[in-house]
Design a protein. Sequence first.
Length: 155
Amino acid sequence: MDLILLFIDSLQIWHFFIVAILFLGLSALIGDTDILPWISFSLFLVGLMDYFGTGALPQLIALPVFIFISILLARKLLYSDDTTSIAEDIDSMKGQKIRVIKVASDSKYSGEGMSTNGKRWNIKHCHQKELENDSYYLCMEIEGLTLLVDHIKGE
């Protein structure tokens, strides 16, 4: 154990920073965003501890603690649990207004529409009537991943 503490104590701040940059470069090279950047960040923090004059034992204890905390916080902050799949999202479109942004050239009763939140949807007129560009329609039904729309009453 004394040999390890002696080795850590002999390291300079730039040793920690160079290894942190190497880990960051390796993570960019292989496309890893889960672990290696956070190990790099933890090494950077241990390098800062060395800069402020902490001993080898606190640095040795702090490295796994920093790695654990940074990975844990990254999971909570970066990866949200409330991701909605398209099937959940499309069900909420029933009864919503859709603006036609493109009518299909092969059939005038289908095309592409945009909801108020900016998402694009495949749309089709439920009575096989012609769609008009920049007109608003009401989503009546859902057929697979296509919204079946109809003219809004009163317009």
